[in-house]
Design a protein around this ligand. Structure first.
Ligand SMILES: [Fe+2]
Length: 265
């Protein structure tokens, strides 16, 4: 089967889950359970993801910021010996972007915290069980399925930026909603292209016939765990029954932006 129709199939597979993650966030915004405390909780958890979270290559608390910095320091003697300077520049640009995302959410946390409460710092950030389960699942897929597992992680990374697009939609409401919208719009612009590339360049991987089936299974498992991670981050705005229904595909799928992905026919 041609790569394009394979990619289309994968997008059809993932689109209901992207919509599910968006529904979690959208439901939370108007949930009666939403308070300043629950806002502080999801913001601090998002800061955890931006600072300590594992992208697709680390599982310890090294994370996307410190882990990458430490690796760079260790490799410094190799710059222009065995490590190209432009590769280093790319890593530094990625590092700055991730730290800017951390700052964006940490700034809202600090603006929202009660008078006298401590400012946010990375040491006080905690993970949560569903986030740990997602990371563990991704590492299991990489360990058990090598390149196919790694590709599945790249495909599901970012979850079609559902949090950021739903956050952006709060724009125009003023107050804290406006701050959330601004932060989400900023991160969305940063991440959307990156996320699309992780989806669109699957065609370059040269997967064999048998690999595609496995790839689809890994993607579904990761996307389902993403919904659980996000639902827990926001204090379970979706009921277990609703989560199960989204897993059965009882949801309007997200519309994939073929134009922006550079895949328009
Ligand atoms: Fe980020």
């Amino acid at each position: 089967m041609a790569i394009d129709s394979r990619l289309e199939q994968l997008i059809r597979l993932a689109a209901p889950y992207w919509a599910g993650e968006a529904e979690v966030v959208r439901t939370y915004w108007t949930s009666p359970k939403r308070t300043r405390d629950t806002d502080l909780l999801w913001l601090s958890r998002q800061c955890f993801k931006e600072f300590w979270g594992s992208g697709v290559s680390k599982y310890d608390r090294g994370g996307v910021f410190l882990g990458v910095m430490k690796k760079l320091i260790a490799q410094a003697p190799e710059i222009d010996v065995s490590l190209d300077r432009h590769e280093v520049l790319d890593v530094l640009e990625g590092l700055k972007a991730e730290f800017a995302h951390y700052c964006a959410f940490a700034d809202i946390y600090d603006a929202l915290r009660p008078v006298g409460a401590p400012r946010l710092n990375p040491q006080m950030l905690e993970s949560w069980p569903e986030e740990d389960a997602l990371t563990a699942l991704r590492y299991r897929h990489q360990d058990q399925h090598g390149a196919v597992g790694m590709r599945a992680c790249k495909f599901t990374e970012g979850g079609y930026c559902a949090l950021f697009s739903e956050g952006k939609a709060l724009g125009g409401r003023g107050g804290i909603e406006e701050k959330i919208a601004e932060a989400c719009a900023f991160v969305y612009e940063d991440e959307f292209g990156h996320m699309l590339a992780g989806i669109a360049d699957i065609g370059q991987e040269g997967l064999g016939e048998g690999d595609w089936k496995l790839f689809g299974e890994l993607v579904i498992a990761q996307m389902q765990q993403r919904i659980r991670m996000r639902n827990a981050q926001f204090g379970q705005p979706l009921s277990e029954q609703r989560v199960a229904a989204t897993f059965r595909g009882e949801i309007e799928p997200a519309r994939f932006d073929y134009q922006r992905a550079g895949l328009a026919a």
